[in-house]
Design a protein around this ligand. Structure first.
Ligand SMILES: *Cc1c(COP(=O)(O)O)cnc(C)c1O
Length: 455
């Protein structure tokens, strides 16, 4: 399996080459040259780990043996606290929730980052320099990455989060990790500011010469393939002919993984995206208008995003895999902060996805209604999807993704239901520990010197 970039379809990289690079030098994102297909019938009666092995192996074919990949996968999911890893719960007829919060940091990011951490350890002898993991987080990616990489030899980890804009549980999950290879940076800005600094440092040749910079945010292809697995897994648990998913989304990572599953042959009928008030995805897909607005803070902070980094992958697909037109679109977009897609792209987007932008009030009401009607407590990100699920009808199963454990967002839960969620024991332990973080101005040079001093 070889990989190209969305901005240069002539590239021909191996899996290990794109694993460490993260973002392509031309500014594009990596994708495989073709989609492998998989017969879902061969996945029946397999465990989560066995399904993962079959789904992931075609992407690393010739580079990681099936036996080695099996070990990496088993290691990655051994600390998950549910025997099914990602169980499906039924709340009503044809209404299901796929629960993705059984990893060490209680959000779906663990499913990909635990895998990535073990993949890096396996691949490290192939890297020429010490690795520096650099990433921006709106809350959950950072903690999942820190718990996946803590204590790993020859890997330093710098995680940026927007100062005072992540929940207390999210912050403590990151800042209470005392391992020497972990650096928590709070940037005085929003998540897009953090993401911009990361993108700029990735194309800084001086820094790249001194260390091997590696991305762990959802632009990293290895993360997306780990997420493809649980769409197959949900289908296998429900066992119907076709399936629909509702995916809360900001960065388009999780829902693009769903589309990859579809490209591989999973019989997905419809993908419905729930955004919050930061609705660039809703506008891009429903109106064909990709327009960057100011980020507003909502009850679902991990979706407070205006530039969805993975959307470029979908645009590449929707343009008929035309890297010329992707270059054009993003040149115009960075000049004008706005771009209107042509009809072909717009039609293709609408043939794959439907969207809803969910307001703060609707999010709160969904948490309340789902609790009263079904005795199910949902976190605010999950609730944007459940707002949509409540309205769905028809004969096909609708599966909405539960992205995080409700206890990670206690303030919002209390506002919606009148009482704070019960903290699971493994979450309350973060409140007894000392925190470690550095607060920096929104400036890439300050961060660059901090990285150089510490690697
Ligand atoms: C990351 C995250 C999201 C958004 O997912 P993307 O695939 O990056 O859009 C939603 N909810 C939670 C809890 C998250 O951590």
């Amino acid at each position: 399996m070889k990989y190209l970039s969305t901005r240069n379809s002539n590239l021909d990289f191996s899996f290990f080459e794109i694993l460490f690079q993260g973002l392509s030098k031309d500014g594009g994102l990596f994708l495989p040259h073709q989609w492998p297909s998989i017969d879902v019938n061969i996945l029946k009666n397999k465990t989560y780990q066995e399904v993962a092995l079959e789904v992931i192996h075609p992407y690393v074919f010739n580079e990681i043996s099936k036996n080695d990949l099996k070990k990496i996968i088993n290691e990655s999911y051994k600390s998950f606290s549910h025997p099914k890893i990602a169980p499906v719960t039924t709340i009503d007829q044809n209404k299901y929730i796929l629960e993705l919060f059984y990893g060490p940091t209680f959000a779906f990011k663990d499913y990909a980052l635990q895998f990535l951490g073990n993949l890096f350890t396996y691949a490290l002898p192939k890297a020429s320099k010490k690795l520096t993991v650099l990433g921006a987080t709106s809350g959950d990616t950072g903690s999942a990455a820190i718990h996946a990489f803590r204590g790993k030899q020859d890997i330093n980890v710098f995680i940026l989060h927007p100062h005072n804009r992540v929940s207390e549980v999210q912050r403590r999950q990151m800042t209470t990790v005392q391992d020497e290879n972990i650096f928590n940076i709070a940037i005085k800005g929003n998540f897009d500011d953090c993401q911009k600094i990361v993108k700029e440092l990735f194309i800084d040749d001086d820094l790249q010469q001194k260390t091997s910079l590696t991305a762990i945010n959802s632009i990293n292809w290895a993360r997306l393939i780990a997420q493809v697995v649980y769409y197959f897994w949900a289908f296998l648990q429900i066992d119907e002919k076709e399936i629909n998913f509702i995916v809360p989304s900001g960065n388009f990572g999780n829902v693009f993984s769903a589309n990859v599953a579809k490209n591989m042959g999973l019989p997905i009928n419809q993908l419905h995206i729930a955004t919050n008030q930061n609705d660039i995805l809703h506008s891009s897909i429903s109106k064909g208008l990709m327009k960057k607005n100011v980020v507003t803070q909502t009850y679902s902070p991990s979706m407070d995003i205006q530039v969805s980094s993975n959307f470029e992958r979908q645009l590449f697909e929707s343009s008929g895999r035309d890297s010329e037109s992707i270059n054009h679109i993003f040149k115009e977009f960075s000049k004008n902060n706005s771009y209107t897609f042509d009809k072909n792209i717009q039609n293709d987007l609408q043939s794959c996805y439907s969207t809803t932008a969910v307001s703060n009030d609707e999010t709160i009401n969904a948490i309340k209604e789902i609790k009263e009607k079904y005795h199910y407590l949902a976190d605010p990100h999950t609730a944007t999807g459940l707002h949509v699920l409540l309205e769905k009808e028809g004969n096909l199963p609708w599966v909405s993704l539960a992205c995080a454990h409700p206890a990670k967002f206690g303030d919002v839960i209390e506002k919606a239901t009148g009482e704070p969620p019960v903290l699971p024991k493994d979450l309350s332990k973060f409140f007894d520990k000392e925190e470690k973080m550095t607060i920096l101005d929104n400036n890439k040079d300050i961060l660059k010197s901090l990285i150089l001093q510490n690697i």
